[in-house]
Design a protein around this ligand. Structure first.
Ligand code: HEC
Length: 112
C-alpha cells in the first residue's frame, strides 16, 4: 500500500516537472523590451514604403510568428535573424509580436 502511494507521488511529480518544462519552452521574453527593440532595430526598414515593407505584429498570426522565429531566418531567408539582434533580444521581439499577432487577444500595430 505505502509503496504504491509513493510511486503515484513520483509519477505526479514527474508529470508536474514536464508541465513546467513545457511552459518554459514557450516564448517568455519581455513584451515591453520586445516592443522597444522592434521599434529600434526593425522599424527602420519595416515602415510603409521602407526597404523591407511594412511589418507589424498584425502581419502574422501567433502560429506564423512562432514558426518564423523557429526558422530564425530573415529577409527571404537570405540571412539569420541572429545577425540583427542577440538571442535574448530576438526572444523579446518574438514575445511582443506574438502577443499582438492578428489572431491574438490584443491585436496591435506598432503604435505608429
Ligand atoms: C536593414 C533593413 C532591415 C532591418 C533592420 C530589418 N529588416 Fe526585416 N526585412 C528586410 C528586407 C529587405 C526584407 C525582405 C522583404 C521582401 O523582399 O519582401 C525583410 C523581411 C522581413 C520579414 C518578412 C519575411 C521575410 O523574412 O522575408 C519579416 C517578418 C521581417 N523582415 C522581420 C524583421 C524583424 C523582426 C526585424 C528586427 C529584428 C527586421 N525585420 C529588421 C529588411 C530589414
Amino acid at each position: 500500500m505505502k509503496r504504491g502511494n509513493g510511486l503515484k507521488l513520483a509519477v505526479m511529480a514527474l508529470a508536474l516537472g514536464a508541465f513546467v518544462a513545457a511552459a518554459a519552452a514557450e516564448a517568455t521574453g519581455s513584451e515591453t523590451k520586445g516592443k522597444y527593440y522592434f521599434k529600434k532595430s526593425c522599424k527602420s526598414c519595416h515602415i510603409k514604403g521602407g526597404t523591407g515593407g511594412e511589418v507589424s505584429p498584425l502581419s502574422k498570426t501567433q502560429a506564423q510568428w512562432k514558426a518564423y522565429f523557429a526558422a530564425g531566418k530573415h529577409a527571404k531567408s537570405k540571412e539569420d535573424l541572429s545577425t540583427l539582434l542577440t538571442p535574448a533580444q530576438i526572444l523579446d521581439v518574438q514575445t511582443y509580436l506574438t502577443a499582438h499577432a492578428s489572431d491574438s487577444p490584443q491585436p496591435e500595430t506598432c503604435g505608429g
